[in-house]
Design a protein around this ligand. Structure first.
Ligand code: KIV
Length: 271
């Protein structure tokens, strides 16, 4: 059984139901109106307006520079396009780590100004007070554990996380804390598949993986990676469904040639 075509709007409750039914959850990042419209039309369950916008849209090396105003701008564009899927917007670095009041204010801005349905933030116990405060104001929260790119300078590397049992145990403990605090779902990034399985089986809430193996309740990819727009990023977990970098480059080359050779526009393509 599938939710496709039957659901007017995917909600956090739909995701919970999907986990109970054993239906996998599909999630993709988007940052603009046009792509969000296509993904929504295709039937994606969740669009994440990820702070990966800092990398793929703005060209920064890390997710740290993107601001709350930028995230709201991207969120607004996606919200205008997507009519069926659940829309989750990332809280950017520096907008929630300070204290729980700041975290709540940032979340309220995202819900009010972007029109998002939920927020996502990175971390476990260290942000639990903020998560509780955000949820108590009625804002659904998606957690994010494993590789958390906002802490890249602390990790020092984008390598697989929690390979050792001690870190794995800590991750499981944090996952339970997030569930208990009221998170409606959890993203696990770049961890061993066996750990992804343990967490997904232990939690009642849906676990959505990116490089967390096949046993979690759903999968998310960054759109530029899934569509082959990024070229130099090829982690093992990535499956490319198109090779748009080369396709767009070739199409652009054809356009340039047609302009230079005066083939474009022809008689029919002018007024
Ligand atoms: O910002 C993002 O794109 C993300 C995904 C990698 C889950 O957080």
């Amino acid at each position: 059984m599938s939710t496709h075509g039957e659901i007017k709007r995917v909600t956090t409750h739909t995701l919970q139901w999907m986990k109970q039914q054993g239906e996998r959850i599909s999630m993709i990042t988007a940052y603009d109106f046009s792509m969000a419209r296509i993904f929504d039309d295709a039937g994606i369950d969740v669009i994440l307006v990820g702070d990966s916008a800092s990398n793929v849209m703005a060209g920064h090396e890390t997710t740290l520079p993107i601001t709350l105003d930028h995230m709201i701008y991207h969120g607004q564009s996606v919200v205008r396009a997507a009519k069926r899927c659940l829309i989750v917007v990332d809280l950017p670095f520096g907008s929630y780590q300070g204290n729980s009041k700041e975290a709540l204010n940032s979340s309220i801005r995202i819900m009010k100004e972007a029109g998002a349905h939920a927020i996502k933030l990175e971390g476990g116990l260290e942000v639990i007070e903020s998560i509780r405060r955000i949820i108590s104001a009625g804002v659904p929260v998606m957690g994010h554990l494993g590789l958390t790119p906002q802490s890249i300078y602390q990790f020092g590397t984008y390598a697989v996380r929690a390979k050792e049992e001690e870190e794995a145990e800590r991750l499981i403990e944090n996952a339970h804390e997030l569930q208990e605090a009221g998170c409606f779902a959890l993203v696990l990034e770049k961890i061993p598949a066996s750990l992804g399985k343990r967490v997904a089986e232990a939690l009642k809430i849906p676990v959505i993986g990116i490089g967390a193996g096949m046993h979690v309740d759903g999968q998310v990819l960054v759109m530029h990676d899934m569509l082959g727009i990024t070229k130099d990023f090829s982690p093992r977990f990535l499956r490319r469904y198109l090779n748009l970098y080369d396709d767009i480059k070739e199409a652009t080359g054809n356009f340039i040639n047609d302009v230079k050779s005066r083939d474009f526009p022809n008689e029919k393509e002018q007024y």
